[in-house]
Write a protein that binds this ligand. Structure first.
Ligand SMILES: Cc1cc2nc3c(=O)[nH]c(=O)nc-3n(C[C@H](O)[C@H](O)[C@H](O)COP(=O)(O)O)c2cc1C
Length: 387
């Protein structure tokens, strides 16, 4: 009789994951459905998210042959500093809900991989604790402008005191997007043990054990009794923010300033005129306005309009190192990733995030070698087009 397939431990399964999709499958098994869906889902009919991912499927590479690609350096310089590869771990809220190791684990994995990590205003770990966990990392802070203006200044001071020198202001959440999976699950933050979740708990005992026995899940930066996500967003966030507010943020913040959530060329031009250090072409991973512009398609137009004045980044749909190569070839200084690292975190905590970063790096190296460009610095528009 043939021997059966060996039963692998969770850690072995994470280490054996061949791509981010494998980690997503593991995450789906490990986390309760409503937690997985909070990460995996998007707004309304989820068309923006599907299109963002699908756009990478339309990438066609034009490899050069007979080039010396023995070396394939991936390091790039962004905002005046070198990073190991053109990847930024983007801001995600409630990260300790995905895994008790939360933001600290993500920051540590980013530190080891030599890429920046962005702590969200809606994070469940303070800026000081992130800095303590990853003192040698390049830790950034993401700001949502809240109604209480003094509170914004206090938040900026906390980030600065924690040594964070890059501020990412997210501008695509004037009001909460309609995340229908969360509505259908009746998701509350933190999750509460109601009848449905009791049934789910039986299927995910390890997650619920961790959740109920670890530090209580709460916002580390914003006040307010967490409950339904859309409610708290609409209560806290200021929907009257305009470009003029960026000017006071600019004056209150001495570090670098990026604006995340730009979805039109004319908005990009307006922001470049204000003097921001970078623009993140993003539709919030499709979690806000459904059917908004697809980041990968919009990217070259924004780069052409403002790329000589400000650094342009891509965010949305990145699931592999080949996707990163395509984004950089189309003009991005680096690509933000969101769900990809959260799948790793849900699948296996810090080693899961590290596995994602290792995969992205290996895929990026392989892609630039096969493209015949020898390194990330050689990526340009002639290496790729969208079918
Ligand atoms: C679970 C989750 C929480 C998020 N929370 C935030 C947040 O607090 N602030 C923010 O600017 N963006 C947030 N985002 C958006 C991400 O920063 C990023 O724009 C998006 O995930 C990119 O798409 P991708 O997941 O396809 O990489 C969140 C995304 C996810 C999946």
């Amino acid at each position: 009789m043939l021997p059966g397939r060996p039963r692998l431990s969770r850690a072995e399964r994470v280490a054996a994951a061949a791509d981010v999709a494998d980690l997503r499958r593991l995450a789906r098994r490990r986390a309760p459905r409503m937690v997985f869906d909070y990460v995996d889902g998007a707004a309304e009919a989820e068309r923006s998210m599907a299109r963002a991912v699908e756009a990478f499927g339309r990438v066609e590479f034009s490899p050069r042959v007979l080039r010396d690609v023995a070396e394939a350096p991936t390091a790039v310089e962004i905002l005046g500093r070198r990073i190991a590869m053109p990847v930024v771990l983007g801001p995600t809220g409630f990260t300790r809900m995905m895994h008790r190791a939360g933001e600290r684990a993500v920051a540590r994995a980013a530190e080891r991989a030599g890429v920046p990590y962005t702590l969200s205003t809606m994070g469940t770990t303070t800026a000081a604790d992130v800095a303590k966990a990853a003192p040698g990392g390049w830790n950034w802070f993401q700001l949502y402008v809240v109604r209480d203006r003094d509170r914004n200044l206090e938040t900026l001071a906390m980030a600065r005191d924690a040594g964070m020198d890059v501020l990412v202001v997210t501008v695509d959440v004037p009001v909460a997007g309609a995340r229908l999976r969360d509505v259908r699950h009746g998701l509350t933050i933190p999750p509460s043990l109601r009848w449905r979740s009791v049934l789910q708990a039986a299927r995910h005992p390890a997650w619920w054990f961790d959740f109920l026995t670890s530090e209580p899940l709460r916002f580390a930066t914003v006040d307010g009794a967490p409950s339904d996500l859309a409610g708290i967003t609409n209560m806290l966030f200021d929907p009257s923010v305009t470009v003029r507010d960026l000017e006071w943020i600019r004056s209150a913040w001495q570090g670098r300033l990026l604006v995340k959530g730009v979805q039109r060329v004319d908005d990009a031009k307006e922001l470049a005129a204000v003097g921001v250090d970078g623009i993140v072409v993003s539709n919030h991973g499709g979690r806000q306005l459904d059917r908004s512009a697809t980041p990968l398609e919009l990217l070259p137009h924004v780069v052409e309009a403002v790329g000589d004045r400000t650094e342009v980044f891509l965010d949305g749909g990145v699931r592999s190192g080949a996707d990163v190569a395509a984004g950089v070839a189309l003009g991005a200084r680096a690509c933000f990733v969101g769900r990809a690292y959260l799948y790793g975190l849900m699948a296996g905590g810090e080693p899961g995030v590290t596995r994602v970063l290792d995969l992205l790096h290996a895929e990026l190296v392989r892609t630039v070698q096969m493209l015949g460009v020898g390194g990330v610095a050689g990526l340009g528009p002639d290496a790729v087009h969208l079918r």
